[in-house]
Design a protein around this ligand. Structure first.
Ligand code: MG
Length: 353
């Protein structure tokens, strides 16, 4: 054990709930991120639009219903199976507009480059961004470049801002979600996070893991049609995974969610990798999956519609909005047990997006 000169140190594997200094966990999309938002950003900027805490701001300017959003990308490595920081930075911002029911129109991009980055790598990233813009019919119309000293950055960070046009005929927000709504996930969860982890740590699995990074716009357009088709709210399940999205909803609205664990689609190889590393795929990041709350009487029809598209082929109804379990997500296991699916405390995998 230990002697008097070396006192036995107990340490807690969970991060402290408050801190004087920023930790990697403050960028996780979990409890620490939420604390930072509540204690620093919201008190400073509080306004009606921001307080909605959606992934995009729903604005109205001169009568035009707009959606506006911004995201930073600090992923490591910058090239990974299934994508790179360039395509990811466009998909991420497009998806935040698309899940708000908006048609993305314009993108702004800001680059922070580290001295010593190969110009060929920058060109590869930029070409990838251009292809992602072309695929979704958006234009990158303004931008900025800054360079920091060698060792003061990590190759490249990108911030993208997007502007889109919302439909005047329906509105998607957490406020629209009703008791009895069905929760639909558009496909397998955990693909992006496990692909990044295997690329970063040099882990080899039987089947290569690939990020699901993709623009969700074709799927959201198909889902919503011209009248919203009974969809009340959507969000893309990025960092913090499916659990973060579901917890944000119950926290904002105070009702409960019951989720059938066996209905959540997880790729066999992702499940295997998660088991090996002791991770729960419900907490692992996605970059091409959305979660929707849909009116109960429209949910089956919506599921069929989603499954008709490659991006929604594995879509599943995974749960229901309930009066019970107020403010909590309850996960029902295949064996009949149940447990609360809480928001992740700190950081599962830093710099995942
Ligand atoms: Mg989002």
């Amino acid at each position: 054990m230990t002697d008097d000169s070396e006192p036995f140190q107990l340490s807690c594997p969970l991060p402290h709930m408050s801190s004087e200094f920023i930790k990697l966990g403050h960028g996780s999309g979990g409890v620490l991120s939420a604390q930072l938002l509540q204690s620093v950003f919201l008190p400073a900027f509080k306004n009606k639009v921001l307080s909605g805490l959606e992934d995009q701001a729903a604005l109205s300017i001169a009568g035009a219903p707009l959606a506006f959003t911004t995201d930073s990308f600090v992923i490591r490595p910058i090239f990974f199976p299934g994508g790179d920081i360039g395509s990811l930075s466009i998909h991420g911002t497009l998806n935040d507009l698309a899940v708000g029911g908006a048609k993305p129109l314009y993108i702004a991009a800001s680059f922070i480059l580290e001295e010593g980055l190969a110009v060929a790598d920058l060109e590869r990233v930029v070409q990838s961004m251009r292809r992602a813009c072309d695929e979704s019919g958006v234009l990158l119309v303004t931008g900025d470049t800054k360079v920091v000293d060698r060792g003061k950055g990590d190759k490249i960070y990108i911030t993208t801002t997007g502007l889109g046009l919302r439909s005047p005929d329906f509105q998607l927000s957490m406020k629209q979600v009703e008791l009895g709504d069905k929760i639909i996930v558009s496909g397998t969860v955990g693909d992006h996070g496990m692909a990044i982890m295997s690329a970063r740590e040099g882990l080899e699995f039987e089947t290569a893991l690939e990020s699901d990074s993709a623009s969700l716009l074709p799927l959201t357009e198909l889902m919503l049609g011209s009248d919203g088709a009974g969809v009340h709210w959507m969000r893309d399940a990025t960092r913090g995974g499916l659990s973060a999205v579901l917890n944000e909803l119950v926290e904002a609205r105070g009702f409960g969610l019951e989720v059938e664990e066996k209905m959540v689609p997880v790729r066999r190889e992702v499940k295997g990798a998660c088991e090996m590393l002791g991770l729960d795929p419900l907490y692992v990041a996605n970059e091409g999956k959305l979660v929707a709350a849909v009116a109960a009487d429209r949910a089956e029809e919506m599921l069929e519609r989603m499954r008709g598209h490659a991006l929604g082929r594995d879509a599943a109804i995974i749960g229901t909005v309930t009066e019970n379990h107020k403010g909590r997500v309850i996960l029902k296991s295949a064996l009949g047990g149940s447990r609360a699916l809480s928001l992740m405390l700190g950081e599962l995998l830093p710099r995942i997006c």
